[in-house]
Design a protein around this ligand. Sequence first.
Ligand code: PLP
Length: 351
Amino acid sequence: MNIIKNLDSPSIFIGKQGNGIISFGSGQPDLPPPKEAIEGIDIRHDLRYGLIQGEVVLREALSKEYPTSTADNFVITNGASEALDLIFRAIGKGKVLLPKPYYYSYPPIIKLAGMEPVFLDLKEGRIDLSDFNKKVKDCKAVLINSPSNPTGRVEAIETLKEIESLTRKMNIYIISDEVYKDLIYERENYHIKGEHVITVNSFSKTYAMCGVRVGYLWSSDQSIVNKTIAIKTHTSMNTNLVAQDMALGAMNAPKEYIINQKKIWRQRRDSIYHGLCELGLDLWKPEGAFYVLPKVKKPKELVWKLYNDFKVITYLGEWFGAPDRIRLSYALDQNEIEEGLSRIKQALKEL
Ligand SMILES: Cc1ncc(COP(=O)(O)O)c(C=O)c1O
């Protein structure tokens, strides 16, 4: 059964494009970055080693977005991915509570740091506080991702506040992965706060700059910031300086950039959500990010058939801890979404 052999991980699909392929795979925005990200880069100035913590100008610009913080509270990283890796290694041993389905890199990052993932059951795609209360007691950290990849769900502000205050009282860290914070369709982001909170963010999604690899972590706990800098000193060293210049440029883009992107994502959300409902699939309506996670019969066979016979890439729910589902990213053009939906309709008929 080469189906099973070939679908071990998303790496077989990441970066695949062209040749008539329609990819609902990677969460990579197809929209252009702001022009400010590309203008005025002085490459010659960037051919040196930089500060491990990140360029001061970028950290100062970020500190304006986080009330009461300073440039010292940030570490600029190779995407949110490196921020997550540094944080768990800095925290060290213990259990990490996280919702399941999860972003597929979370369990490996946690395990590589020597920590143990513990999974929360979701109710209608959102955190069930009674399950949270039961499982949080012997954990060292909680990982929150709202809006979520892969569910597209956004946690209620009351839930986030409850988690914020409970973990504060119990002296448990919250790692809040907010890479989709600018992609919430119905309200503003609620930024979880406190001495025990470490926020992770990225320029990949908000500014459509995935390949540039700039993200950051934020914490008001200076000991966490210092530990992550100490690890980064001996691993990746400074984050690419050209990329940091681009990130700073992107932050100078007018606010309309983000507002306009959000409008486009909402239209695409409506199109794919209604399209999949019409095909009879059971799925949660995304409230943020750009993913849907429908339930399907025979997910492995479907993902494989879609790829081999219809040149459509989708991801197996199993990679996200949801074996009865498949995940689709709608970070692609409206025409491609429509063509992809019609190929999915055909594949479902033939399965
Ligand atoms: C929830 C979540 N966190 C982190 C990342 C990694 O982002 P970055 O490109 O900044 O490393 C992703 C990428 O898809 C993601 O979905």
